[in-house]
Write a protein that binds this ligand. Structure first.
Ligand code: BES
Ligand code: ZN
Length: 958
C-alpha cells in the first residue's frame, strides 16, 4: 500500500522542514467574532497613572496554594464621576480604601462586582452624611489601596503555578504569569485594557531559596525581605510579568539572560547566543531605534498555555520553543527557536512600546511580529532562506484561510473575552504579516523602514491604530519619492477592512491583456457583496525574457477590470505577482497556462524563481479546488515536479497534496494517485533534496530517512526486496540507535524512525519509547516522541494512550494533551478510535485539554472521508453539549460537508487524469520535455530499488 509512502514522506517533511505548529495553539479562522450585547469596555472617565504592587506568593504551601497582595493604584479623574470601574477576576478583596491625593482625605466607598464583565465598580457612599463627597472630581488624583488574596491555579493563566522534577526526582514548584489578553486582573485589580497604560512598581516577598524576576531589573536598594523592581515605563497591564522560581540562568552580556530549570539550563546556550543578535537585527532594521528596556530575560516555563509571550523585558516560552540541544532536537526546531525569539523581540517595539488602542488592532502586534520572525532572523541566520520561506509558510496558508466565507477582516471589532481570544488567528498573524510585506514592496523597503521608524517614534509609550501607521508611511513616501503619489490609507483599507482577497484573472487577446478582479472563495457562493468587493491591487508582472527581481508596482488596479498591452510575444509566457509579494491569486487563459507548463517541463524551469514556482503550484491547485481551473491543468503543472530539486516549491506542493491525499483516501482514484504519479515524485524529492542547500541537514541523515520510507513501502507492497524484511531485533536496534552512542541516530531522523518502528512493532516497542519519553530531559525530544507514540496500529495501545492523555497528568502536561490526540487521529489506523474516544469521553477530554478541544474537533472533521463518518460526526455535534467548542464544531461540520461535495464534483475528473484519459486542452508531455512523467508502476519499483541499493551502500560504508 502506497499510502504509507506519502504519509511518512509528509511526516518526514514536517520533521525536516516545518516549524511544527503547536497543536493546542492551532490557529484557525476565528469563530465568535461578532460584537456582543454586553458592554465589556471600561468607562474612560478615570485613568490609572501608577500601580504599586506588593505580592506574597505562597507556592510551597500544600493545595490550594494562595498568594496575597497589597496594591496602591494612583488614578486621575478625567471627567467628574460617581464611580470608578476597574477589573479583577478570581481573587478575593479583603479591604479597599480610597484617598483623595490633594487633601489626603479618606473617602467612604461601596463596591460591586460583576462576574461576567469582571467589572469592579467602586462608588462613593452617599449615605455617609451631608458633607460627604458625592463625586470623584475632574483633574484630581486618588489613591486606591487594596488588600486581596488569590490562588495560584494550574490552568496556565493569571499568576499560576507550574512544576517540574529536579535531578533527584523531587517535585519543584514555581509561580509565573500569563496575562495577555485579559488575565492581569487575576493577579491584581487593574484597568485591564491595552489603552490604560501606567507605570508599575512591583515588589515580591522573598521566600527560602526562591528568586524573583520581573519586567524591570531589581533595584539596588534591595532589602532583606523583598525583591523590589525598578518602576517600569508606561505600559499596558497585559505585558506585566513576574516569575518566582529556583531557575538558573545563562547570560551573554550583563543585560541578556536566559532562565530555565537547573537540569535544563545548558540547553539554553543557542538562545543565549542568537538572542542579542536578533535584538540588534531589529534595531538595525528600524534604522537604529534602540531596544527600549534596560535588560532582556527569556524564560523557559515548564507549563505554558501559549507558545511564547512578549512581556516587556521578560519574554516567556514553552521549553521546547527555547531550549535546544543539537543531539536532541531537529533542524526545524532550531529554526523555530530563532524565529519565535525574533517574533517576541519584535513585539518589544510593536505592541510593547507602541500598543494597540484596542484588540481590533491586534494585527499591529501580531502581523509585525510574524513579519519579523522571517525578516529579522534572516539577517542573523542568513543561510536559511527565510525570506522565501515566508511565502510558503505564512502567505500561502493565509491565502488558504482567507478563502473561506467565514473569514473576517484584519481589523475586526471584538469585545468579549472569547471573541478577543478568537482573533489570535491566521488572519491577525499571517495575513497581516503578508499584507505588511505587500506594503513594503509597493512603498519600497527604504520608505517602509523610514515609515516604521516614524510610526514608532510618533506613538511610543502610547497607543496606535492603523491610521497612525499609514500616516507615517505616507509622510515618508512623499518625502522620499515626491514624484509619486500613493494614498497608503485608502489602499490599505481595501486589505484590512474587508475579508478575503482578489483572484486576478489575466486573459490575452492579440496584443492586449484584460485583467479582472473578484473575491476568491474556495466554495464559490455568489452573494452580491462578494461579487462587488474590490481591492486596490499593486500589480507586478514579468515575462519569459524578464527577471524576477523587480517587485515595484507596474500598474495599480482599483476597478473590476483593466486593459494593458501584452508585455511579451504571443508564444511566450508572462507571470503576475512577482515573488508573490501581493496578497492575491492569479488565473490565466489556457494559452498562458500551457506556455507555463511547457516551460516548467523544460530545462530552463529554474529561470522562474523558486517562489514563483511555488506560487504557480499553490495558485493552480487552489484554483482547481475552487472550480475555476480544470484539475487536469493544475495536475499537468505538477508533473514538472519530477525534476524539482528545491525545497520552496515542494513545500507548497506537498501542502496542497495533503488536501488531495485526505480527500481521495478510500476512493477509486486513490491507488492511481499514489502509484502513478505522486509517490514516485515524493521519493524523487527526498532524494533530490539531499543535494539541495535549503537546510542544515547532512546527506547521510536524509538518505537514512529515505531508507526507512523505502522499506516501509516494500513491506506493504509485498515486493520481494529482501533487505526490507527486517526482523524484530533489527527494528529494536533502530529504536535503540538514539541512545547508543556508537549507533547515533540524528534527531532529524528520530521521528520517522520511531514512527516506522511503532507501526511494525507492538507493545514492547511502544513501552520502550514511552519510557524514553518519561525519562527524557529534553522538551524537544519529548514532543517528538509524544507524536511518534500515536503511530502504533495496535488498537489497545492507541486506546490506552488516549486515556493517558486525560488521566496521566504526572507524565503528560495539560499543555501537551491535545498533541497526543492529534498524533492519534493523524494515523489512519487511529482515526476511528480517536473519534470513538472523543464521543465516549467528551466531557473529560474537554475539561482536561482546556482550549485545545476545538482544534481536535476541527482536526477530526478534516479527516472525514465518507458519508457515514459525516453522519456520525453530525450526530455527535448535535447531541453533545459542546460549550466553548460549539462554534468550531459547527464550522467543522460545514467544512466536512464541503469536502464530501468536493469529492463528488472533482473525484472523477482527477481519476480520469490519473488514468491518462485526455481531459485537458493543455498539451500533455512531448518526448524530450520530461520523459519520466508518466511513470508506470514498474518503472516506479525499479526506481525505488535503485534508490534503496544506493542507500544500503551508504550504510555499508558507514
Ligand atoms: N502574544 C502572543 C502570545 C499569545 C497568544 C497570548 C495567544 C495570548 C493569546 C505571542 O507573541 C505569540 O504570538 N505567540 C505565538 C508563538 C509564535 C507564533 C511565535 C503563540 O503562542 O502561538
Ligand atoms: Zn505574537
Amino acid at each position: 500500500m502506497l499510502w504509507e509512502t506519502v504519509t511518512f514522506a509528509v511526516v518526514l517533511l514536517q520533521i525536516l522542514m516545518t516549524t511544527s505548529t503547536l497543536p493546542s495553539l492551532e490557529k484557525t479562522v476565528s469563530s465568535d467574532i461578532t460584537a456582543s450585547e454586553i458592554d465589556y469596555r471600561l468607562p474612560t472617565n478615570v485613568k490609572p497613572i501608577h500601580y504599586k504592587i506588593i505580592l506574597n506568593p505562597l507556592i510551597e504551601e500544600p493545595d490550594p496554594s494562595t498568594f496575597t497582595g497589597e496594591e496602591i493604584i494612583t488614578v486621575k479623574v478625567i471627567e467628574e464621576t460617581e464611580s470608578i470601574t476597574l477589573h479583577y477576576n478570581n481573587i478575593t478583596i479583603h479591604d479597599v480604601i480610597i484617598t483623595r491625593a490633594s487633601t489626603e482625605t479618606n473617602l467612604t466607598v461601596n463596591h460591586n462586582y460583576d462576574t461576567v464583565t469582571h467589572f469592579w465598580v467602586i462608588s462613593l457612599d452617599t449615605s455617609a452624611g451631608e458633607d460627604a463627597e458625592r463625586t470623584f472630581k475632574a483633574n484630581e488624583e486618588y489613591l486606591i489601596l487594596i488588600q486581596y488574596s488569590g490562588h495560584h491555579q494550574d490552568d496556565m493563566y493569571g499568576f499560576y503555578r507550574s512544576s517540574y522534577k529536579d535531578t533527584e526526582g523531587k517535585t519543584v514548584w514555581l509561580a509565573t504569569t500569563q496575562f495577555e489578553p485579559g488575565h492581569a486582573r487575576r493577579a491584581f485589580p487593574c484597568f485591564d485594557e491595552p489603552a490604560f497604560k501606567a507605570t508599575f512598581e512591583i515588589s515580591i516577598q522573598k521566600k527560602r531559596n526562591l528568586h524573583a524576576i520581573s519586567n524591570m531589573p531589581i533595584k539596588n536598594d534591595e532589602n532583606e525581605h523583598y525583591y523590589n523592581f525598578e518602576t517600569t515605563p508606561v505600559m499596558p497591564t497585559y505585558l506585566i510579568a513576574f516569575i518566582v522560581s529556583e531557575f538558573k540562568s545563562l547570560n551573554k552580556t550583563e543585560n541578556f539572560h536566559v532562565w530555565a530549570r537547573e537540569g535544563a539550563i545548558e540547553q539554553a546556550q543557542y538562545s543565549v547566543d542568537v538572542g542579542p543578535s536578533l535584538l540588534n537585527a531589529i534595531e538595525d532594521f528600524l534604522l537604529d531605534l534602540k531596544y527600549p528596556m534596560p535588560k532582556m530575560d527569556e524564560v523557559a516555563v515548564p507549563d505554558f498555555s501559549a507558545g511564547a509571550m512578549e512581556n516587556w523585558g521578560l519574554t516567556t516560552y514553552r521549553e521546547r520553543i527555547i531550549l535546544y540541544d543539537k543531539d536532541h532536537a531537529t533542524a526545524a526546531t532550531k529554526q523555530q527557536i530563532a524565529t519565535v525569539a525574533a517574533h517576541e523581540f519584535a513585539h518589544q517595539w510593536f505592541g510593547d512600546l507602541v500598543s494597540p488602542e484596542w484588540w481590533n488592532y491586534l494585527w499591529l502586534n501580531e502581523g509585525f511580529a510574524t513579519y519579523f520572525e522571517s525578516f529579522a532572523t534572516d539577517m542573523v541566520e542568513t543561510a536559511w532562506r527565510l525570506k522565501e520561506q515566508f511565502v510558503v509558510r505564512d502567505l500561502q496558508p493565509a491565502l488558504a484561510a482567507d478563502a473561506l466565507l467565514t473569514s473576517h477582516p484584519i481589523t475586526q471589532y471584538v469585545d468579549s473575552p472569547n471573541s478577543i481570544r478568537s482573533i489570535f488567528d491566521t488572519i491577525s498573524y499571517e495575513k497581516a504579516g503578508s499584507v505588511i510585506r505587500m506594503m513594503e514592496h509597493f512603498l519600497t523597503t527604504e520608505v517602509f523602514k523610514k515609515g516604521l521608524r516614524r510610526y514608532l517614534e510618533s506613538r511610543k509609550y502610547s497607543n496606535a491604530n492603523e491610521e497612525h501607521l499609514y500616516d507615517a508611511m505616507n509622510k515618508e513616501f512623499q518625502a522620499t519619492k515626491p514624484e509619486l503619489y500613493a494614498d497608503v490609507s485608502n489602499i490599505m483599507h481595501t486589505w484590512t477592512r474587508q475579508a478575503g482577497y482578489p483572484l486576478v484573472t489575466v486573459t490575452s487577446e492579440g496584443n492586449q491583456l484584460t485583467i479582472t478582479q473578484k473575491r476568491f472563495l474556495l466554495m464559490p457562493s455568489s452573494t452580491p457583496e462578494e461579487d462587488s468587493a474590490l481591492w486596490t491591487i499593486p500589480l507586478t508582472y514579468t515575462t519569459q525574457d524578464g527577471d524576477f527581481h523587480n517587485t515595484s508596482t507596474k500598474q495599480w488596479m482599483k476597478s473590476s477590470s483593466l486593459k494593458i498591452g501584452r508585455p511579451t510575444e504571443e508564444n511566450k509566457w508572462f507571470i503576475f505577482n512577482v515573488q508573490q509579494t501581493g496578497f492575491y491569486r492569479v488565473n490565466y487563459d489556457e494559452n498562458n497556462w500551457s506556455l507555463l507548463i511547457r516551460y516548467l517541463r523544460s530545462d530552463n524551469y529554474e529561470k522562474i524563481s523558486a517562489v514563483n514556482r511555488a506560487q504557480l503550484l499553490d495558485d493552480a491547485l487552489n484554483l482547481a479546488r475552487a472550480g475555476v481551473l480544470k484539475y487536469s491543468t493544475a495536475l499537468e503543472l505538477t508533473t514538472y515536479l519530477i525534476k524539482e530539486e528545491d525545497y520552496i516549491p515542494w513545500y507548497s506542493a506537498l501542502n496542497d497534496f495533503t488536501f488531495l491525499n485526505l480527500r481521495l483516501t478510500g476512493t477509486d482514484a486513490y491507488p492511481l494517485f499514489k502509484v502513478k504519479q505522486l509517490s514516485c515524485r515524493l521519493l524523487y524529492f527526498i532524494i533530490f533534496i539531499i543535494f539541495s542547500t535549503a537546510l542544515i541537514i547532512s546527506k547521510k541523515e536524509l538518505i537514512f530517512s529515505t531508507y526507512e520510507i523505502g522499506c516501509l513501502k516494500c513491506v506493504h507492497s509485498h515486493h520481494d526486496l529482501k533487505f526490507c524484511h527486517r526482523n524484530n531485533a533489527e527494528r529494536k536496534s533502530t529504536i535503540a540507535y538514539s541512545h547508543n552512542d556508537s549507533t547515533y541516530l540524528s534527531p532529524n531522523l528520530q521521528s520517522v524512525t520511531y514512527c516506522t518502528a511503532l507501526r511494525h512493532g507492538g507493545k514492547e516497542e511502544w513501552n520502550f519509547l514511552w519510557n524514553k519519553y518519561v525519562s527524557s530531559n529534553y522538551a524537544t525530544e519529548q514532543s517528538l516522541i509524544l507524536t511518534a507514540l500515536g503511530c502504533t496500529t495496535d488498537q489497545a495501545l492507541i486506546d490506552g494512550y488516549l486515556t493517558k492523555s486525560i488521566e496521566d497528568r504526572v507524565n503528560i502536561r495539560r499543555q501537551d494533551a491535545a498533541s497526543v490526540f492529534s498524533a492519534v487521529y493523524s494515523n489512519p489506523d487511529g482515526f476511528q478510535l480517536a473519534f470513538n474516544f472523543l464521543q465516549a469521553n467528551y466531557d473529560s477530554v474537554a475539561s482536561s485539554y482546556g482550549t485545545g478541544v476545538s482544534s481536535i474537533i476541527t482536526g477530526i472533521a478534516g479527516r472525514i472521508a465518507t458519508q457515514e463518518q459525516l453522519d456520525e460526526f453530525r450526530k455527535f455535534v448535535e447531541n453533545k453539549e459542546l460549550g466553548a467548542a460549539a462554534e468550531a464544531a459547527r464550522r467543522a461540520v460545514e467544512s466536512a460537508e464541503q469536502n464530501l461535495e468536493w469529492s463528488k464534483i472533482h473525484g472523477s475528473e482527477i481519476e480520469s487524469w490519473l488514468k491518462g484519459e485526455p481531459t485537458s486542452t493543455v498539451p500533455s508531455t512531448t518526448p524530450g520535455e520530461a520523459s519520466s512523467l508518466s511513470l508506470s508502476p514498474a518503472v516506479c519499483v525499479t526506481l525505488f530499488t535503485s534508490i534503496l541499493y544506493q542507500i544500503l551502500n551508504t550504510f555499508k560504508m558507514k
